[in-house]
Design a protein around this ligand. Structure first.
Ligand SMILES: NC(=O)C1=CN([C@@H]2O[C@H](COP(=O)(O)OP(=O)(O)OC[C@H]3O[C@@H](n4cnc5c(N)ncnc54)[C@H](OP(=O)(O)O)[C@@H]3O)[C@@H](O)[C@H]2O)C=CC1
Ligand SMILES: O=CCCC(=O)O
Length: 344
């Protein structure tokens, strides 16, 4: 595992006491996963207060509430977003603003990035005025966007070439868990940076996995989202089939919720899907991106994933119907369109 020797000596300075930024008093998971490292919260750190200057790049559906939780916890947060207006609510909560990712990185000890896709993650980290150009030894970059392993390794290479440390830390959990500080972090990369930012992750999340080398966090995230995308497509088929055969789909949601295939996702999204409402929590375009990236991951190891491949086609159809920015549960509309076409 790569370690950044120059970062470690600075950790005690960055974790010195600072009034108004205390760690959350909520249960933290002790993880024990065979073949993976596990990490429990360090008791001596947990009750300390935090003084790291934290940068946050990307204030979309996820980034905004994550940064907001850091501010609410009293952290020193500096933000940037491509569309500046999305910074305003956080600035009114006390965030500092910089006009480029580079300036954020220069002014912060550790910078988080929550960006749409591989292209934007690379652009913001490695492009002109990107974060890498503001990094140096002693700083850290934590990319919490969902990207593929190759992208993560590319960004890691740019960041580490400056002497800084890198951690990939994509999250499981959507808009509501982000608001509630209940995300699950799937981290990999510099262990020293992982340990340094653990108290910061614990403000935004309920658990964290350290998975080793860069690429493992991305892979874990893509496998999870591959399963989720297929589950949602299958659930959509069930809702439509139940209705077609004269059943009440609301009763189906209730039946499913009580059995072995119950999932919070079905109970949360089912009622609005029945009303054809798809307020975006996880945008459909991102779910399709994740299926596309999961297909690439599977291809790289010659693993057949025909169910995910079929689901991916369905999300592509949904995108072609203009549903990219709706919640991914709008994939059901692609099935409705298909059955209308076949009825003609
Ligand atoms: N929503 C969810 O439930 C979850 C999402 N994720 C992942 O987290 C990431 C962010 O998701 P989410 O917040 O929902 O997405 P949004 O689409 O709401 O936000 C995307 C962010 O990326 C920025 N961005 C997009 N393109 C560029 C670019 N070319 N240059 C600079 N910035 C850019 C956007 O800036 P601007 O405001 O200017 O458009 C915005 O800040 C994605 O990788 C997604 O897959 C992970 C877990 C859950
Ligand atoms: O990437 C998005 C995941 C959404 C979720 O875990 O509910």
């Amino acid at each position: 595992m790569a370690m950044c020797s120059s970062f470690c000596p600075q950790i005690p300075n960055q974790l010195r006491a600072r009034p108004g930024c205390s760690f959350p008093k909520k249960p933290l998971y002790a993880l024990s996963v065979k073949a993976f490292s596990s990490q429990t919260p360090n008791a001596s750190v947990k009750d300390n207060e935090l003084s790291a200057r934290i940068g946050f790049l990307g204030l979309g559906i996820m980034g905004s509430p994550m940064a907001q939780n850091l501010l609410k916890a009293g952290c020193d947060v500096t933000i940037w977003n491509r569309t500046k207006s999305k910074c305003d609510p956080l600035i009114s909560l006390g965030a500092k603003y910089k006009s480029t990712p580079q300036e954020v990185a220069i002014s912060c000890d550790v910078t988080f990035a929550m960006l749409a896709d591989p292209e934007s993650a690379v652009e913001v980290a490695c492009g002109k005025h990107g974060a890498a150009s503001g990094m140096n030894s002693g700083k850290g970059y934590v990319d919490v966007s969902t990207v593929d392993g190759a992208t993560s390794k590319l960004i890691s290479g740019h960041i580490k070439a400056t002497g800084a440390s890198f951690l990939e830390a994509p999250v499981s959990g959507s808009k509501k868990p982000a608001e509630d500080g209940q995300l699950i972090f799937l981290t990999a990369g510099d262990k020293s940076l992982y340990e340094m930012v653990a108290p910061i992750l614990d403000i935004m999340g309920k658990s964290r996995f350290y998975l080793g080398d860069v690429g493992n966090g991305a892979a874990m995230k893509l496998v999870v989202n591959m399963i989720m995308g297929s589950m949602m497509a299958s659930f959509s088929e069930g809702l439509l089939l139940s209705e077609k055969v004269g059943l009440d789909p609301s009763v189906l949601v209730e039946v499913v919720s009580q059995g072995a295939i119950s999932a919070p996702m079905y109970s949360m999204k089912g009622p609005s899907m029945i009303q054809s409402l798809y307020p975006p929590a996880f945008p459909l375009k991102h779910q399709q991106k994740d299926l596309r990236l999961a297909l690439g991951l599977a291809e790289s190891v010659s693993q057949s994933i025909p169910i995910a491949a079929a689901a991916n086609e369905l999300y592509k159809v949904a995108k072609s119907h203009g549903l990219s920015d709706h919640d991914f549960s709008a994939v059901i509309e692609a099935l409705k369109a298909k059955s209308q076409n076949s009825a003609k």
